[in-house]
Design a protein around this ligand. Structure first.
Ligand code: GLN
Length: 489
């Protein structure tokens, strides 16, 4: 393996350390920004570049840092004071482009900002860059961006996972301690697992989707990356909660994600047998067992459970998500946003714009989605997929009602794979096998590093009932502490 040395986390410190040093006046926000840019430049120069960041501007970041200065009054300073973050480029920001990794939106500037980004700024964070992604967040490798693929921070021949691969690689390479990504079917947890960091997909409705470019609206949710559980928890704290601009956002109260119990005593962890099939790489299974042993040492009981409809998840997801995408992406027509390719007449303009603006995977999804929604096929595919989706969600409800507090599974069936190695789309879709279920059910889920195979990170996944993020983060923190350095070797 080519060791590029970019795998070490956040040399500039954790979210809490940065906040503490900035509020105590030991470091200025500008100094933190410079540090982050220096790290990004170092990463760009080495190993022919990560290509994690599509846009950044140090002058803009310096302005944000300067604007923050008056708000840094000791203990009353905001939660993320001075913390640099990067934002996936399908989340709208003002003053920087929002491209979704697509030619059709190259150079597009949003007139408004996503609520999650505004809340991060209110909390004192500094957005230092927009990160690369698979076009319109469709993919699992960040190879399918119109602006080139993102590389894995530990080995440039490998993919960082996707679709939020730019955000994951930036955090893993130590450019920022935390980042925003988005999840429709695992796009935060899978790259977090591949890159050896923490990724959280909140409950559907926990975080406002206002300003997140829609892929599949019944599944989409903004998620967070952190070098450590605490980093991710702090960012989630800042962005969670009801937003009047997103009718699907929930008004359930947001608890203190910094609070967690001292042990796992009394907690029941379910181990779903469908996520440990006999074909599973035994080395991944062993690392999961080690993590479960740690949970037992911390006082938890581990119980084998079943989620019998799991095998339907990939086919169901790859009907529901393209169906919704085909409808959501109809707005990119050459009239309202971004690219316009003129051709004969209005219809010619639509066709030419969409044919040259969308890449092959996005086109495939639109075709697939249009097909499953079309008259005559709707019942056979889409309506049936929706019924199967309900069965998957019911599996989770039942297992949580039976006294299981959280579930533990591997996040992915493999470690990071080689770029160019998954040319068959179905092979690519299979990387989502353990992650799409949480999106279909709308429940929160988290991936954290639990060890390595041949030097490459392996993620363990925790799943919890709706709005139980606090429990999820608590278990993850205790497990992270218990594994210590073992999580990274
Ligand atoms: N890999 C999945 C897909 O291609 C999930 C993407 C996502 O979560 N945004 O659809």
């Amino acid at each position: 393996m080519t060791e590029t040395g970019f795998g070490s986390h956040s040399p500039e410190g954790t979210v809490a350390e940065i906040r503490a040093s900035v509020t105590a006046g030991r470091r200025s926000p500008r100094d933190i920004v410079d540090h982050s840019f220096a790290r990004a430049a170092q990463v760009r120069a080495g190993a022919d570049g990560l290509n994690a960041i599509l846009w950044s501007d140090i002058a803009v970041a310096h302005n944000e840092a300067a604007a923050l200065e008056p708000r840094l009054n000791g203990p009353d300073a905001p939660l993320l004071a001075g913390v640099p973050i990067v934002v996936k480029d399908n989340i709208a920001t003002v003053g920087s482009p929002t491209t979704c990794g697509s030619r059709i939106l190259a150079g597009y500037h949003s007139p408004f900002e996503a609520t999650a980004v505004s809340r991060l700024r209110d909390a004192g964070a500094i957005a230092v860059g927009k990160t690369n992604l698979d076009e319109f967040a469709m993919g699992s490798s960040t190879e399918f961006s119109a602006f080139g693929r993102t590389k894995h921070p530990l080995d440039p021949r490998l993919v960082p996972g996707g679709s939020s691969g730019g955000s994951a690689a930036a955090v893993a390479a130590g450019i920022t301690p935390a980042a925003l990504g988005s999840e429709t079917g695992g796009s935060v947890r899978q790259p977090a697992a591949f890159c050896g960091i923490v990724g959280v997909k909140p409950t559907y409705g926990r975080v406002s989707r206002y300003g997140l470019v829609a892929f599949a609206s019944s599944l989409d949710q903004i998620g967070v990356f952190g070098a450590h559980v605490d980093d991710a928890a702090a960012v989630l704290q800042a962005i969670a909660g009801r937003d009047g601009l997103d009718a699907t956002s929930s008004d359930a109260p947001v608890p203190d994600y910094g609070e967690y119990p001292p042990t796992l005593r009394g907690l029941v962890i379910g181990k779903p047998r469908e996520y440990f099939p006999h074909q599973l790489d035994p080395r991944i299974a062993d690392l999961c067992e080690r993590a479960l042993d740690r949970c037992r040492e911390l006082g938890a009981a581990v119980r084998e459970v079943s989620l019998p409809h799991t095998e339907l998840a990939i086919p169901v997801y790859y009907i529901v998500a393209p169906a919704e995408a085909s409808s959501n992406l109809a707005r990119f027509d050459g009239v309202r946003y971004g690219l316009r390719v003129t051709d004969h007449g209005l219809r010619g303009m639509y066709e030419a714009t969409r044919s040259s603006g969308f890449g092959p995977e996005v086109t495939r999804r639109i075709l697939l989605g249009t097909y499953v929604l079309s008259a005559g096929y709707y019942d056979a595919y889409y309506a049936k997929a929706m019924r199967a989706r309900t069965l998957i969600a019911t599996d989770f409800d039942e297992v949580f009602r039976s006294g299981v507090d959280v579930l533990f599974t591997p996040t992915t069936p493999t470690t990071a794979f080689a770029a160019g190695s998954r040319t068959d789309p179905y092979q690519m879709y299979l990387s989502d096998i353990f992650t799409v279920t949480a999106n279909l059910a709308g429940i929160p889920a988290l991936s954290l590093p639990i060890g390595r195979i041949d030097g490459l990170p392996v993620g363990g996944q925790l799943l919890a009932p709706h709005f139980a993020e606090q429990r999820l983060l608590g278990v993850a923190r205790l497990l992270e502490h218990s594994l210590g350095a073992e999580a990274h070797r």
